[in-house]
Design a binder for this molecule. Structure first.
Ligand code: MLT
Ligand code: MN
Length: 310
C-alpha cells in the first residue's frame, strides 16, 4: 500500500501569493470556505505509515510539518528525530528545493535528484546547512527503478522511476543568452512511485507538453498528479498580473486544444488530480465554471490535507 499526503496544492507563491491583491485573494484571506488557503506543492508518501518520503520540499515545509502529525517526531523517539526519511526532487524550482533549508543540520535523511539538480545544490553553499555527515545526496538514473532508502541506507519499501518530461530550467537559473534559457534534459522530471506489491502512481508537477512517450507511460495509470499551473496559457497577462504565458514558464495549461484535460481524455487514467496550481487559476475557486468543467472531465483539484491510500 502507498500512503499519500498532499502537503500543498499551490504553485510557487502559494495561494494567495503574498502580494496578491485581487478579489479572490481577499476572499481567501477572509476565510471564505470556497477559497481555502493553499501552501506550495509537495506530497509525502510512505509504505509503512511511519517513514515518509517527501516529493519536493516546498518553502512552506515547516508549516506543513506542523499541520501533519504523520511528519512530526514520535514521542517515543530520541530528542531529535523525524519520520522524514528522504526527499525526492523533480526540479530545482524555488518552490521545490527551498524547503530543504528547513531540514537544517544534523538529522539523517537522503536527497534524491537528477545530477543537474544535485549540482545546483552543491554549487550553492546555503545548502551546506544540510550537514553532509548526515544528509546523503543521491543521483537518480533516468528511467531506471531505484529503491528509496533513508539517510542510513535502510530501505523504505518504495521505489522511484524518474524520467525527463518537457519543461524548462528553474526560473532562478535561466540563462537569457542560451537557447531555451539553458534548459537541458533532466531539468524537469516526472516520478513513478511504486510499492513492493507493484502498486504505483505518478507525480508530475511541471510539464510543458504531452508527448507520445509520456502518453504511453501514463495510459491506464491508477493515479496521476499533474501540473495544473494555469487554466489558460495567457491567464496572467489577461488578469494584468504578469507578462508570461504558461508556455514561457514551461507549463502546459489545463484548458484548450493542446491542454492537459484534452491530452488526458483518451488515456484511461483512473484518477487524475491537478496539483501545482497557480494563484491565478480559477480551479482554486469552488463552484467556478472552470472547476465544474475540470470535474466534469474527471479531474480532482488537490487540496492541502488530502490523504489517499493506494
Ligand atoms: C514554476 O513552476 O514555473 C516556477 O516555480 C516559477 C517560479 O519559480 O516562480
Ligand atoms: Mn513551480
Amino acid at each position: 500500500m502507498i500512503h499519500i499526503l498532499v502537503l500543498g496544492a499551490a504553485a510557487g507563491g502559494g495561494f494567495p501569493q503574498w502580494n496578491s491583491n485581487d478579489a479572490v485573494a481577499h476572499r481567501a484571506r477572509a476565510g471564505d470556505p470556497d477559497t481555502p488557503l493553499r501552501t506550495q506543492s509537495s506530497l509525502a508518501v510512505s509504505a509503512d505509515g511511519k517513514n515518509w518520503v517527501l516529493l519536493n520540499a516546498s518553502p512552506d515545509l515547516r508549516q506543513q510539518i506542523n499541520q501533519r502529525r504523520q511528519l512530526q517526531p514520535d514521542p517515543n523517539a530520541p530528542l531529535r528525530a523525524s519520520p522524514i526519511a528522504a526527499v525526492v526532487l523533480t526540479n530545482a524550482d524555488v518552490d521545490h528545493v527551498a524547503g530543504l533549508l528547513n531540514l537544517r543540520e544534523s538529522q539523517a535523511f537522503a536527497i534524491y535528484g537528477h545530477a543537474r539538480v544535485l549540482d545546483v545544490l552543491a554549487g550553492n553553499s546555503i545548502f551546506n546547512v544540510l550537514n553532509p555527515d548526515f544528509v546523503a545526496r543521491r543521483p537518480m538514473p533516468m528511467d531506471g527503478v531505484l529503491a528509496l532508502k533513508d539517510g542510513r541506507d535502510a530501505p523504505l519499501g518504495l521505489s522511484v522511476r524518474a524520467f525527463p518530461v518537457p519543461g524548462k530550467v528553474a526560473l532562478w537559473l535561466e540563462d537569457g543568452n542560451a537557447p531555451d534559457f539553458g534548459t537541458a534534459e533532466g531539468d524537469t522530471l516526472g516520478l513513478e512511485i511504486r510499492d513492493e506489491d507493484g502498486t504505483s502512481f505518478f507525480y508530475i508537477p511541471a510539464c510543458a507538453r504531452m508527448t507520445p512517450d509520456l502518453a504511453a507511460r501514463l495510459r491506464g495509470a491508477a493515479l496521476v498528479f499533474f501540473d495544473g499551473t494555469l487554466w489558460r496559457d495567457d491567464e496572467m497577462i489577461r488578469a494584468g498580473v504578469g507578462t508570461k504565458t504558461g508556455r514561457r514558464m514551461g507549463h502546459m495549461s489545463c484548458d484548450g486544444e493542446e491542454g492537459t484535460i484534452a491530452a488526458f481524455a483518451a488515456l484511461g487514467v483512473q484518477r487524475k488530480i491537478f496539483i501545482h496550481i497557480n494563484n491565478t487559476n480559477p480551479l482554486f475557486v469552488a463552484h467556478s465554471p472552470e472547476r465544474g468543467r475540470a470535474e466534469a472531465a474527471g479531474w480532482q483539484i488537490a487540496d492541502d490535507g488530502m490523504e489517499i491510500c493506494l
